[in-house]
Design a binder for this molecule. Structure first.
Ligand code: AMP
Ligand code: MG
Length: 396
């Protein structure tokens, strides 16, 4: 039997199967979750002129400690109609342009106004320039706000909007098909005959993909029949960039994904990974589509989707760093030594400490309901005491 492929090697091979899709230009307001195709450069200075950061009075710092004569007002949205001379103060509000002549803002809590007369009644500003947002202090025209290949968060969309963007170039979304196999499966919510179980994997995968830049087709289901499966794969490959099959990836008499992929004219790139759960994962191509054959056990499907399906989708959508980030936290409990494959233990991160669940059977779904981390235990790792630092991936 060929050696099991390490996870990192398998991920690198998978991402090398296809180049990212091309890009499209869309309104920045529709870009959340998408990946930037170009660096996003600011088209303007922000602020474009010095602005007040507080409600108060614009003055000359040299005139402190006052008193002053109030000569006018500067409110947000219009340029001031006069300058501030010696001994003068201009009423000013947050976001309003600083009038020429003024160099400092006194907050209104520090002064007392009586008609046009203004006197200092508090500490006043400690330094010239206090409470002023300098021109381009947020960003300057030409600054790179986000490098290409970055995921657009709501905060990134705020920066793009402020920068003067109208449309942004983002990676196109891969079209993803989910195909379940297994004679025992019934659509969740339907009545079950003896021996049948609800299909939990396709709703889980659809949910995992819901916040990704992907166009996910309604799930397909086929019986454990190699010819029917081959026909379905051929058909799906015409209209999708990614086909995710679930179940039938292993060596049982009813596991037909590899055979059907070959019958349909596809190629297997790799099969069997040095991981637990998820060893039987299949990767290949059929036409222009990439196929990932996940094992059917719910935890196996979840872990392989986290480590392979989501990175593939992100890569095709233009992500620069499509792989899940690995974090570290101390163990809350002792953990046994590792076995012959790397483990991804379903775990809970709480108060900064990791607790792996007692039940790690890959057929279980209940642990998935509350797991928020996958605790990584390397092949042959020694047993660890509570407090030892451990690697994990965030999954919720
Ligand atoms: P398989 O990978 O087809 O050998 O299936 C392994 C285990 O996962 C079996 O117990 C299947 O009943 C179960 N299984 C396969 N597909 C699904 C699915 N879509 N939802 C829930 N369980 C599944
Ligand atoms: Mg099966």
């Amino acid at each position: 039997m060929s050696a099991l492929l390490p996870v990192e090697a398998a991920q690198a091979r998978l991402l090398a199967l296809r180049e990212p899709l091309s890009f499209e230009k869309i309104s920045f307001s529709e870009c959340v979750g998408r990946y930037t195709s170009d660096d996003i450069l600011a088209q303007r200075d922000q602020p474009a002129a010095p602005l007040s950061a507080m409600d108060g009075y614009a003055i000359r710092f040299a005139d402190l400690p006052g008193p002053w004569t109030i000569t006018g007002e500067s409110a947000a949205g219009t340029a001031p109609d006069r300058t501030v001379g010696a001994g003068e103060a201009m009423r000013i509000f947050t976001g309003a342009m600083l009038p020429d002549g003024a160099d400092t803002v006194i907050v209104q809590e520090d002064v007392t106004a009586d008609g046009a007369a203004l006197v200092l009644s508090g500490d006043g500003p400690g330094a010239r320039g206090n409470h002023i947002r300098a021109r381009a202090s947020d960003f300057a025209a030409g600054d790179c706000l986000l490098p290409a290949g970055t995921r657009l968060t709501p905060g990134a969309i705020a920066a793009a909007a402020m920068s003067g963007a109208d449309q942004l170039a983002v990676g196109s979304r891969p079209r993803v098909a989910i195909l379940t196999t297994g004679d025992e499966l019934v659509q969740a919510g339907r009545a079950l005959a003896p021996g049948q179980i609800p299909d939990s994997n396709s709703p889980m995968l659809a949910a995992m993909l819901a916040s990704e830049p992907a166009i996910v087709s309604p799930p397909h289901h086929v019986r454990d029949d190699r010819a029917i499966l081959a026909k379905a794969l051929k058909e799906l490959a015409r209209r999708h960039d990614v086909i995710v099959t679930v179940g039938g990836a292993s060596v049982g008499d009813h596991d037909h994904v590899r055979g059907a992929l070959q019958d349909a004219g596809g190629n297997i790139d790799f099969w069997k990974i040095a991981m637990r759960p998820g060893k039987p994962l299949i990767a290949g191509t059929i036409g222009d589509a990439v196929l990932l054959g996940l094992p059917g056990n719910p935890s196996s499907a979840f872990v392989t989707a986290t480590l392979f399906v989501l990175p593939l989708v992100r890569h095709l959508a233009g992500a620069r760093d499509p792989l899940p980030s690995i974090h570290q936290a101390p163990l809350a409990t002792a953990v046994d030594g590792g076995g012959g494959r790397r483990d991804y233990l379903r775990a809970r991160l709480e108060n900064g400490r990791l607790t792996p669940f007692v039940g790690q059977d890959s057929g279980m779904t209940h642990p998935l309901a509350t797991a928020n981390a996958l605790l990584i235990r390397e092949t042959g790792a020694p047993p660890c005491n509570a407090g030892t630092m451990a690697d994990y991936i965030v999954i919720a």
